[in-house]
Design a protein around this ligand. Sequence first.
Ligand code: AMP
Length: 187
Amino acid sequence: MKYIVIFGPPGSGKGTQSDKIIEKYGFSHISTGEVLRTEISDNTPLGKKADTFIQNGQLVPDELIVDILASTLDKTKADTGVIFDGFPRTTPQAEALRTMLKKRGGDVNLMLSLEVEHQELISRLLKRGESSGRTDDNLETIEKRIAVYHEQTAPVIKFYEAEGTYCPIKGTGTVDEIFERIVKALG
Ligand code: AMP
């Protein structure tokens, strides 16, 4: 059983590459962003709480998201592997994930960190915003999300460096070129 974290700033291609990994390896996919958007469209109490944070480009508080992740993981069919997309986004979340996986006799095997420069992120997200319908894909919120990534999320790299599982991936080029790099890293 493999546990893979796909990591990177907003617009780095985590969702796109997750789809390709799932197709090739049959892993299950957990995207905390998608879980939150479903809660919002279902108008649940949790969705209502999360909505304000998301619209402001802020992270949902750790306690809330760790609970969501735990219950999503419980419901996820995991035979060959699980890919975590958009989680962890803070060091306490990375610690919580380690504890959760330890209980299942596992650990994060690989943390794939997609590297894309700032201007490219902005242009990708603005383009996505033309069709995504996401309330957070507008220039002001995009800039905020990238700043939050640098302040709160990038330190997670150090956590996985220390664990020996950090694997930087050049996140530019065609979707297939990037995926080839991931396949190599997955061995
Ligand atoms: P994403 O779809 O991964 O871009 O996530 C969209 C938004 O959901 C983020 O900007 C956050 O507001 C929220 N979110 C998703 N995952 C997390 C997480 N692990 N921790 C905190 N907030 C999250």
